[in-house]
Design a binder for this molecule. Structure first.
Ligand code: MRU
Length: 328
């Protein structure tokens, strides 16, 4: 996989052979983005399957469960991580021999990899009609090819609109503290020659007030059955500002990002280490000893959402009712 911590300075690929390495890559954000960590965790489990020396199925499942627990403990908010792990564990559990389980797990993980790109392309086409020729789209963080296996969710919609021949410009907030906007979204868009402008996170309200944004399209890490959207920190303030300025706000998500088992009050927002805030790329910018809060995600309530863009079509308000209808 690409080492996303090195981008955009270096494009380097890392290769892992053990599930513990994949878990560490997810924790340290070598790989990040909800769909990408779902598939990466599934691949970590496939490594556990291949490496298991168990000869009896119950022992094999125990080996798999140990790796699944490790991978589950890496990041708490994006539901795709748990979706990916559960899907592989179900396949392993339904096999009748160790050999059969190993083959079935490998085949499933390869299918997940291919599916992810196809799902994003479908999602992109479903959302592309919401973008008009000449629009400027505000996004947040990186919900592009790097956050998925390929093509992207929010940036997938932009890519699909560009493929339709529309002129689209993307406004890219830096997305402190990990700078996924400045480092990753900017990297992807510049590489694909899609028009884009980098702004500081604090410029969003001003740009809206000046009529320099036409709509907001963001990704999602988890959408609960009551229609709350969990996404990278900063998304909620974009939604509030969009509402203030009468701009449409569209979160995008494949089926694997929907958590129909939960309501919003049960979701854990990941709190990351203080070094991400007191330092910028390893350089200290705040005094020693300052207490830090570093929530990595926030929650946007359904009343601020114009529509959800999914691979199964658009979900309009009332979200909780229509999520249940479209995504059984
Ligand atoms: O902490 P990250 O970089 O893993 O968070 C990812 C995001 O929040 C993305 O913006 C995104 O919308 C979800 S991935 C399509």
């Amino acid at each position: 996989m690409i080492d996303q911590t090195a981008l955009p300075i270096k494009l380097t690929f890392v290769r892992y052979t053990r599930p513990e390495q994949v878990a560490e890559a997810i924790r340290s954000m070598v790989v990040r983005g909800a769909p990408a960590i779902g598939v990466a965790a599934a691949m970590g489990l496939a490594l556990a399957a291949v490496r298991s020396r168990a000869t009896k199925l119950p022992d094999f499942i125990k080996d798999m469960e140990a790796s699944a627990a490790l991978l589950r403990g890496t990041r708490p908010t994006a539901v795709n991580l748990f979706w990916g792990i559960d899907r592989v564990m179900r396949v392993a559990a339904s096999a009748s021999t160790v050999r059969g389980a190993k083959d079935a797990v490998s085949a499933e993980v390869k299918a997940m990899e291919e599916e992810d790109v196809a799902v994003n392309r479908r999602l992109g086409r479903n959302g592309a009609d919401l973008i008009k020729n000449g629009d400027t789209v505000l996004t947040q963080c990186n919900a592009g090819a790097l956050a998925t296996v390929g093509y992207g969710t929010a940036l997938g919609v932009v890519r699909a609109a560009v493929e339709q021949g529309k002129l689209v410009k993307v406004l890219v907030p830096e997305t402190r503290p990990a700078l996924q906007g400045a480092r990753l979204t900017a990297f992807e868009l510049v590489r694909d020659r899609i028009a884009c402008t980098l702004i500081s996170d604090t410029a969003v309200g001003y740009m809206m007030s000046q009529g320099r944004i036409d709509c907001v399209i963001v990704g999602a890490d988890r959408i609960t059955r009551d229609g709350y959207v969990f996404n990278k920190i900063g998304t909620y303030q974009e939604a509030v500002l969009a509402n203030r300025h009468g701009l449409p706000f569209y979160p995008t998500a494949p089926r694997s990002t929907f958590d129909l088992s939960q309501t919003h009050d049960r979701v854990i927002i990941e709190e990351r280490g203080p070094e991400e805030v007191v330092e910028i790329r390893g350089r200290r910018v705040a005094p020693r000893g300052i207490p830090v809060a570093n929530p990595a995600f926030d929650m946007t309530p359904p009343e601020l959402v114009t529509a959800l863009i999914t691979d199964r079509g658009l979900v309009h308000p009332p979200l909780s009712e229509n999520i249940a209808r479209l995504i059984p």
